[in-house]
Design a protein around this ligand. Structure first.
Ligand code: C2E
Ligand code: CA
Ligand code: CA
Length: 801
């Protein structure tokens, strides 16, 4: 297109501009568009049935012209007319078969148009010139009409149309000019004006025709592109499109839809969309949405595909069919399983314990609160607070995976014991809770608790090792033991604490006195924290007597706590507290140091026995502490005896056994304390080569009265002798018991008959003070530095002092 020679008065693009510069509205396609444009023009031209038109026009003209023209003229006109009609048939055929390029066919059209124009122009001009004047009145309007019809029908080929109009116009004006006269001049003027009008009209119509074709073409192209993209989207993406009738029946399911749903297109076609999903609140929501007219977005609905649970997110809007007859749903579905699973997982973690799959503390507290809200006037809730006994030991022995396995076993055992509808939760660590709403009776709840205790008591196998996962249970009832959820939880905890105090592996029902006891214990706990620093702890010594000579062979150091307000507190009370709080490690180290310092003032033949708690035995620094205390006191290792109970060995922890071996290798004696009170005692004798067995006083006390106790004591002594171990009989209170023992091979006796535990100052064999005051109580907060080689330590001390 060119913009040259335009007047500034005429605005480019305006109608006048287009009228004057026809080139500008002349469409000239390029490249691959040429063929397409030729096809468009051909299609437009062929709308007019030229073949019929040629025959009709020639036929009608021949009939009219016959009145005043020679037969030769008529024959020539008909012949050429038929020939042109023949060419037209060829054009139609070429267009339909598309064997030849459309551009070639279009050229042929142009030539045929020229031929037709010349044929008609020459024929009509001659006829016009030779027609009788009265005929002109009919011929002229017909000729002008033909000029218009033909030109307009040819707007697709504007230049040919103009040539056609020009020839037709000349064919009119030339004969009329030759004839002359007013009428003829008028008719010729109409012909000239017609030509001018047609000139503008044809180009303009052609322009409109071209732009319309181009627009449709662009639209189709865009539609094709979109369709292509949609197909792509449907094949590659995780989303897919769908259509449904207004009633929810699936229409034309796509391939992706079929694949995603695991169903064939035949199955899906016409199927209720809702039937793809299983019953769920989300499905109900989808049903509700489908009943409304409003669009909806990203509605996630669960379904099962090939047995697997999936989540689909559905968005849809209601559309009307192009004919306006029907309404239907159109939208897209995305498989959002992963996102939904992640969301569910988060929700799950917030409410459930991942290890045991039980509800967690958060869910449990909301549930118990709700249970309280629902509680009627005569309703009841029962709460069981469960704590695994000595779980820490299990964890230490079996490692964390073993500990986890124990927790899982515990969870399953609890679940098996509770009535249906009860909620079992893991509150944290080794704590579990059971909530029973509306229990049949208190007795039934207590029964459940005992069932759990019994079930837990069964040995469990973890990683091929036998373990005990005993549990203690506290029971409380709402609203009797507490007005709200928190109070009942607290009451159950107190009852649990009571169960622990009563020796664990049992259940206790809450009692109002328990809260006082707990207060009391909390106070003791905090007081004990300061006892060491304040010098309130003291060691008393009880003699161990040789059975044959009745002479003191050594002393057992027994801890005393002189509480500022309570007076003397029994070790049976405060040692368990110290063990639970971990204070026993520091206290035990102090006992070792103090007892050895004291023993250093005794004659060399006297031994000193120190009790070692199971918690201490698990302390990595115990060995170093022992070595350090021995070194600083200068007491030979064989004079020290450590008393441990079976519970130390119960964990079957290789580390503990190795530690005991190392201690024994120093020359320190190791005694098995309280023998006979534990579990499968004989096994422990095999597990470690003890130097001595201390027979528990419960057997010794009963010896005189009960034959079975007597035989047990006899058997133990016999066994120990066989195993090359010495024995100490504890709790000799009277001469009768002593006499019974003196006839056995028992090595030593201990008991009130000889002496109670007394302060060091009252010991008879005490040497003069060598500067290490027994009263000087030095709290041992930190473990001393590790000294692995005892001999070097003793040597170092000797050379220093
Ligand atoms: P145990 O090791 O079995 O200590 C012997 C207990 O029996 C002592 O009680 C002692 O006073 C008592 N006893 C001695 N002879 C008789 C008797 O003829 N009749 C009666 N009825 N009792 C007698 P105590 O001193 O109250 O100690 C109790 C427990 O506290 C000890 O039992 C021991 O397990 C623990 N304990 C004491 N001192 C320590 C310590 O320093 N460290 C550790 N870890 N535990 C200690
Ligand atoms: Ca003892
Ligand atoms: Ca004992």
């Amino acid at each position: 297109m060119s913009h040259s020679r335009t007047s500034p008065l005429i605005k480019p693009g305006s109608l006048l501009y287009k009228l004057l510069y026809l080139r500008l509205i002349d469409h000239h396609p390029e490249g691959k568009d040429i063929e397409w444009w030729a096809r468009c023009r051909l299609e437009h031209i062929c709308i007019t049935p030229y073949f019929v038109y040629d025959i009709l026009r020639t036929g009608i003209a021949a009939i009219i012209f016959m009145n005043f023209m020679s037969m030769i003229f008529i024959a020539a006109m008909v012949f050429t007319g038929l020939a042109i009609a023949g060419f037209q048939i060829a054009i139609d055929l070429r267009r339909k078969t598309q064997i030849h390029p459309h551009t070639d066919t279009l050229e042929m059209v142009k030539r045929v148009v020229l031929l037709r124009s010349l044929q008609w122009g020459v024929s009509s001009a001659f006829a016009m010139y030779l027609a009788p004047p009265e005929m002109l009145l009919h011929l002229v309007p017909v000729a002008i009409m033909v000029m218009w019809i033909e030109a307009i029908a040819l707007i697709a080929v504007p230049r040919s149309a103009m040539i056609n109009a020009g020839i037709n116009g000349l064919a009119l004006t030339i004969p009329l000019a030759l004839i002359g006269g007013k009428g003829a001049i008028g008719a010729a003027s109409v012909a000239v004006l017609s030509f001018l009008a047609l000139h503008w009209l044809i180009f303009h119509l052609n322009y409109m025709f071209a732009t319309r074709r181009l627009r449709t073409r662009k639209l189709t192209e865009a539609k094709d592109t979109i369709q292509l993209l949609l197909n792509q989207y449907d094949q590659d993406g995780s989303d897919w499109l769908f259509e449904c009738t207004e009633e929810g029946h699936i229409l034309r399911p796509t391939r992706r839809f079929c694949e995603a749903s695991g169903r064939s297109a035949e199955e899906l076609e016409g199927m209720q969309l809702l039937n793809l999903f299983y019953d769920s609140p989300e499905r109900d929501e989808l049903r509700q949405m489908g009943g409304q007219d409003e669009n909806f977005q990203r509605l996630s609905v669960p379904l099962r595909i090939r047995g697997e649970r999936r989540w689909w997110s559905i968005s849809a809007r209601k559309v009307t069919s192009p004919d306006g007859q029907r309404r239907y749903w159109r939208g897209f579905v995305a498989d959002v399983t992963r996102a939904c699973e992640a969301e569910e997982r988060i929700k799950y973690i917030a409410h459930y314990d991942v290890l045991t799959d039980l509800p967690n503390r958060a869910l449990f507290s909301t549930t118990i609160k709700r249970a309280f809200d629902r509680l009627g006037s005569d309703g009841m809730v029962a709460l069981l607070a469960i704590d695994l006994d000595k779980f820490k030991a299990i964890n230490d022995t079996l490692g964390h995976t073993g500990g986890d396995a124990a927790l899982e076993i515990a969870a399953r055992r609890i679940e098996e014991c509770v009535p249906p509808g009860a909620m079992v939760a893991r509150i944290g660590g080794d704590e579990f809770s059971v909530l029973i709403e509306h229990p049949l009776s208190r007795e039934r709840v207590i029964e459940v608790a005992h069932r759990i205790v019994d079930a837990m008591h069964q040995p469990a196998e973890i990683d091929g090792q036998k373990a005990r996962i005993d549990a203690s249970i506290g029971i409380a009832f709402g609203p009797y033991d507490g007005a709200n959820a928190d109070e009942v939880i607290y009451a159950a905890d107190l009852a649990l604490y009571d169960a622990k105090m009563r020796g664990r592996n049992t259940a206790s029902v809450f009692d109002s006195r328990m809260s006082e006891e707990l207060q009391d214990r909390r106070q003791l706990e905090s007081d004990l924290g300061d006892a060491l620093a304040k010098g309130e702890l003291e060691l008393h010594y009880q003699p161990l007597v040789d059975t044959q000579t009745i002479e003191t062979a050594g002393y057992e150091a027994l801890l005393r706590w002189n509480h500022p307000t309570r007076g003397s507190v029994s070790p049976d009370v405060f040692i368990p507290i110290a063990e639970e709080t971990g204070q026993i490690v520091a206290i035990g180290a102090w006992v070792l140091r103090e007892a050895l310092a004291e023993a250093s003032r005794w004659p060399d033949h006297l031994t000193v026995s120190v009790n070692i708690s199971p918690v201490q035995a698990m302390d990595r620094d115990l060995y170093a502490t022992i070595v350090h205390c021995l070194a600083t006191s200068g007491v030979p290792t064989h004079r020290l005896e450590l008393e441990i109970t079976e519970s130390v060995l119960m964990r079957e922890c290789e580390e503990t056994i190795a530690l005991l071996h190392r201690i024994r290798a120093l020359g320190v004696q190791i005694a098995l304390d309280d023998f006979g009170t534990g579990y499968s005692s004989l096994n422990y004798l095999r597990a470690f080569p003890f130097d001595k067995i201390k027979i528990d006083r419960s057997f010794v006390g009963d010896m005189a009265e009960r034959a079975d106790s007597d035989s047990i004591v006899q058997a133990v002594i016999a066994l120990a002798t066989k195993l090359n171990m010495r024995t100490t009989a504890e709790g000799i209170e009277n001469a009768g018991q002593m006499d019974l023992l003196r006839v056995t091979e028992c090595s030593q006796m201990q008991g009130f008959l000889f002496s109670k535990a007394v302060p060091a100052s009252q010991l008879p064999h005490r040497k003069a003070d060598d500067g290490v005051s027994h009263a000087r109580i030095t709290p041992l907060q930190k473990p001393p530095p590790a000294i692995d080689n005892y001999d070097t330590a003793v040597e170092a001390r000797r050379s220093a002092g």
